[in-house]
Design a binder for this molecule. Structure first.
Ligand SMILES: Cc1cc2nc3c(=O)[nH]c(=O)nc-3n(C[C@H](O)[C@H](O)[C@H](O)COP(=O)(O)OP(=O)(O)OC[C@H]3O[C@@H](n4cnc5c(N)ncnc54)[C@H](O)[C@@H]3O)c2cc1C
Length: 431
């Protein structure tokens, strides 16, 4: 009977080290007002300490300089890394570089790995994942319009993308483009490595967003709009096989959603701690907030929801480790929309409990709140994940004959009378 929620002591020691390190060394760097190159210089010695501890780029297999941990351990790590937007950078697994390095590790040729993956892991390069388009619904990527057409031994790419996170600081882009328009919908697209200085790549702007309303071009975490105009790449740009774009995306996005959800729990926990702390000090109408039932409900509901999201996410991670991302499709979709809601609700309560202070930039809650809103959109909007869950669940059901609900009491009574006719006669004989 294997049903075990414990963490092995050696790994627990690593998690304890991480928790202290992130809190003591990374949290303070959040409030320094540094530009990108200054921040990178500041984080460099911290990255060395992570490497010495054997925790660098833990999402990759050991032969590529990673730790080969599996999703449960990675999930537990990401819960700690999620507490600070800078922690993933210090640990060599910040999005989108982490997902892109997974793609290169999974399907990259030795030459592609040598040229792109190793420098990416060494922190010498930045990358972006360029799939979503302003002109087609990202929630249904079979509608992609960007085309890659064979040209000599290479390809010519034309299209218009946006929300390519980190696109304006990237050295190369992983671009999803239609190569086989007549093939079955999920075999139409392929992925290409496009160096950002290839003629025809135009980084138009970083799109101002709720997260960064005053967008500055070329900052980490910006979401780039990019036009690809007759962009010619060689045969070595194709990742994996032609038509395998969706298959590769699925491999990248499944585990990536576990990491997102665990990072969200890290953020939620930080907001929750602020909620609890504030409730002990703020006095209103004769008592501290901690004595008001509404606040107690917020604390209890938040604790229950975070616990539920955590167990659901770790169980999905365990399924991926045991059977692969394909087997955990329903579980991954469940946590994606449920985790995003928990993230939002916990932050919202913490912000509300702080009143005007919560709304101000004197606390990180307003930033967390804006961050939380995006979680309901990226890597698939809530509605699409709910539809996936419902479809998977409904596969286990059949419509009842004649449309009569199988629990319909009069129908069941008739059937039971038939089934037990002899027995009924015997037991009711003397009545
Ligand atoms: C912060 C952030 C970072 C991002 N980073 C990247 C990145 O690095 N690379 C990249 O390629 N993309 C990125 N994206 C884009 C993201 O993947 C898309 O926004 C997402 O896939 C949704 O696509 P869309 O915006 O085109 O919305 P649409 O597909 O137009 O959907 C809009 C809305 O329609 C509704 N809807 C759609 N389908 C259904 C359905 N079946 N049932 C019910 N309702 C439905 C939903 O409410 C949905 O929110 C990022 C987005 C954000 C917000």
């Amino acid at each position: 009977m294997a049903w075990d929620f414990s963490t092995e002591p050696e790994f627990q020691a690593q998690l304890d080290w991480m928790r202290d390190f992130v809190r003591e060394e990374i949290w303070p760097t959040e409030v320094l007002e540094l530009d990108q190159p200054q921040l990178e210089r500041l984080l460099a010695p911290l990255q060395e300490r992570v490497k010495e501890r054997g925790l660098w780029a833990a999402h990759l297999p050991p032969e590529l300089g990673g730790q080969g941990f599996g999703q449960v351990k990675l999930g537990l790590m990401h819960e700690i890394l999620g507490t600070s937007p800078l922690a993933p950078v210090a640990f060599g697994n910040q999005a989108p570089d982490s997902g892109n390095s997974e793609i290169l590790a999974l399907v990259g040729t030795p030459e592609q790995q040598e040229r792109w993956l190793h420098p990416l892991l060494a922190g010498e390069l930045h990358s972006a994942f360029s799939m979503t388009e302003p002109g087609s619904a990202g929630s249904d990527p079979t509608l992609l319009e960007t085309r890659a057409v064979p040209d000599g031994d290479g390809w010519v790419i034309n299209g218009h993308k946006w929300f390519s996170s980190n696109g304006s600081i990237a050295d190369f882009l992983i671009v999803m483009a239609v190569t086989d328009p007549e093939a079955r919908p999920h075999q139409r697209a392929s992925m290409f490595i496009v160096p950002v200085d290839t003629p025809g790549v135009e980084i138009v702007r970083d799109v101002p967003t709720m997260e960064h309303p005053q967008e500055e071009y070329g900052r980490i975490g910006g979401h780039a709009e990019i036009v690809y105009r007759d962009v010619r790449v060689g045969p070595d740009a194709l990742l994996g096989t032609q038509g395998a774009g969706f298959l590769i995306a699925q491999h990248r996005l499944g585990p990536g959603r576990i990491h997102h959800c665990m990072r969200w729990l890290g953020v939620s926990r930080r907001a929750f701690d602020m909620l609890c702390e504030r409730s002990l000090t703020r006095v209103s109408h004769g008592s501290v907030l901690a004595e008001k039932q509404t606040i107690q409900n917020w604390i209890a509901d938040s604790a229950a929801e975070m616990q539920a999201a955590r167990l659901m996410t770790l169980q999905a991670a365990w399924m991926i480790d045991a059977e692969g991302p394909g087997a955990a499709r329903k579980e991954i979709s469940l946590i994606k929309f449920y985790g995003a809601r928990v993230l939002h609700d916990v932050i919202d309560r913490a912000l509300q409990a702080h009143g005007a202070l919560g709304y101000s930039t004197d606390l990180p809650l307003e930033r967390m709140y804006r961050f939380a809103r995006a979680a309901r959109l990226y890597d698939g909007p809530d509605e699409v994940h709910r539809a996936t869950v419902a479809r998977q669940i409904l596969r286990g059901y059949e419509a009842p004959p004649d449309g009569v609900p199988s629990e319909h009491v009069p129908t069941r009574r008739d059937a039971a009378r038939l089934k037990f006719a002899e027995l009924l006669e015997a037991v009711t004989q003397n009545d």
